[in-house]
Design a protein around this ligand. Structure first.
Ligand SMILES: Cc1ncc(COP(=O)(O)O)c(C=O)c1O
Length: 433
């Protein structure tokens, strides 16, 4: 390929491009590409077993029939709705709101839902809207998903880490961060938290921790940005109420995704933003209205064809997000149980000193502690000599901690790969002592 004559200097581009957080996905792809035979516990990718025989046309037709019946549209008008540019707010908001009412008992108006290009766009919209001033700070429960820290960096939003502890979120740390911000003439505006099987730690906030967090949010007058991505993987009857379900005052802006429940390639997620926004002229709108305005300038609208595929999948499960995700949830729990069981068997007795791991009951991730620094160099050795990959955890921390931790993900692997991967990992760990 001929090289372009114009060469740009990276220092003239957005400063976030020099931030290692934005390079994390590239790093994963690059390492996996160099070790194609390695078994990878690195990416938290959805399992595509369910995509075999996937027929987007069927789902679209299901949704079109629903549109005709529900809105009294002709076949052609219903089709045009999918082929046209669409409303920034989305077209399947009513179905999503109904699913949230049905599954969670959430009293959500259709208007309070914005359909986004994945939860990732939802994060960007919410940060855009809520943290407009350089004096606004985003508190983040760490370790945290790279998507939120990367989005904040890209938007120039400063972050303060608040630790995840055995008992939940470090509320004293949150209070101290809010105090310090005020003392410096700034304000913590919101806290990002993933209460169900956090990516990357697998941690869950129990009910008292959720209630305590809501009280703290009120006390410090901050909003909570709840990422509910992995809630659907809880065992039947074991799921805890979402923060949004416990929220009485509208403190919680909830992010959702269909990437894990339906299909990542559809790129459909949503935000529930029912907070009231008072304008200078006395009119009151919803935060969702404001997010839709921003979305109009970012992606205009989430592709209606993608929305139709997701809607069709929901409709085939009685309009329930929980039912749509049920079989996948079982598969993810099976994989996690296989991983934990293999770790116990291969490492449990006489495990190398300093190696320990947690035991999440759901989600995609297990967090493991090593007796040495778990960095890119160690990963390289492990991949080259033992044929197994994992994710260094330090990239999920904002304050440089987590250097002796790794994240293991088993979401998309076959049982035999999990077994073989753990055997390889055990051989590698045995060399660390
Ligand atoms: C915690 C968390 N939130 C959001 C997402 C991304 O969701 P989406 O694919 O809908 O952008 C992921 C994906 O890995 C995730 O782990």
């Amino acid at each position: 390929m001929e090289e372009a004559a114009v060469r740009l200097d990276q220092v003239d581009l957005h400063p976030a491009l020099r931030d290692s957080i934005l390079s994390v996905p590239v790093f994963h792809t690059e390492v996996m590409g160099r070790f194609p035979d390695a078994i990878s516990f690195a990416p938290g990718a959805p399992n595509l077993t369910f995509a075999r025989g996937f027929d987007p046309g069927r789902h679209i037709e299901t949704y079109l029939r629903h549109l005709c019946a529900e809105r009294g549209l002709s076949q052609q008008d219903a089709r045009n709705l999918l082929y046209e540019y669409g409303p920034s707010r989305g077209v399947i908001n009513g179905l999503v709101a109904a699913a949230l009412r049905r599954d969670l008992g959430l009293d959500v108006a259709d208007r309070a839902v914005v359909i986004t290009v994945g939860a990732q766009e939802g994060m960007n919209l919410v940060l855009h809207a809520l943290l407009p001033s350089p004096d606004d700070l985003l508190a983040v429960v760490q370790p945290c998903f790279i998507g939120i820290s990367g989005a904040a960096r890209l938007l120039g939003v400063d972050m303060v880490p608040v630790n995840e502890t055995e008992r939940g979120v470090d509320l004293d740390g949150l209070a101290a961060a809010c105090r310090a911000a005020r003392a410096g003439g700034r304000r913590v505006r919101a806290l990002y938290v993933a209460p169900d099987f956090n990516n990357p730690s697998g941690a869950v906030l129990d009910l008292p921790a959720r209630e305590g967090l809501l009280r703290a949010a009120e006390e410090h007058d901050i909003l909570l940005i709840e990422d509910g991505t992995y809630g659907f993987t809880a065992a039947p009857g074991a799921g805890l109420p979402a923060l949004k379900e416990l929220d009485r005052d509208g403190r919680v802006v909830a992010l959702g995704t269909f990437a894990k429940i339906c299909l990542p390639g559809a790129r459909v997620g949503f935000v529930v933003a029912d907070q009231q926004v008072a304008a200078a002229d006395g009119t009151v709108r919803l935060l969702a209205d404001e997010l839709a305005k921003i979305k109009g300038m970012v992606t205009l609208n989430t592709p209606a064809i993608s929305q139709a595929v997701i809607a069709g999948m929901l409709l085939e499960h009685d309009g329930s997000i929980a039912e749509t995700g049920r079989a996948k949830s079982e598969l993810y729990r099976r994989n996690l149980a296989l991983l934990l069981e293999a770790l116990d068997r291969k490492l449990g007795s006489g495990q190398p000193a300093g190696v320990s791991w947690n035991r999440p009951a759901g989600g995609f991730f297990v967090r493991m502690r090593l007796p040495v620094t778990a960095d890119a160099r160690l990963l390289e050795i492990c991949a080259a000599k033992f044929g197994v990959l994992w994710t260094p955890m330090s990239q999920f921390y904002l304050d440089g901690s987590g250097t002796d931790e790794i994240r293991l993900s088993c979401s998309y692997l076959e049982p035999a790969q999990i077994e073989e991967g753990v055997a390889r990992l055990a051989d590698f760990l045995a060399t660390l002592g």
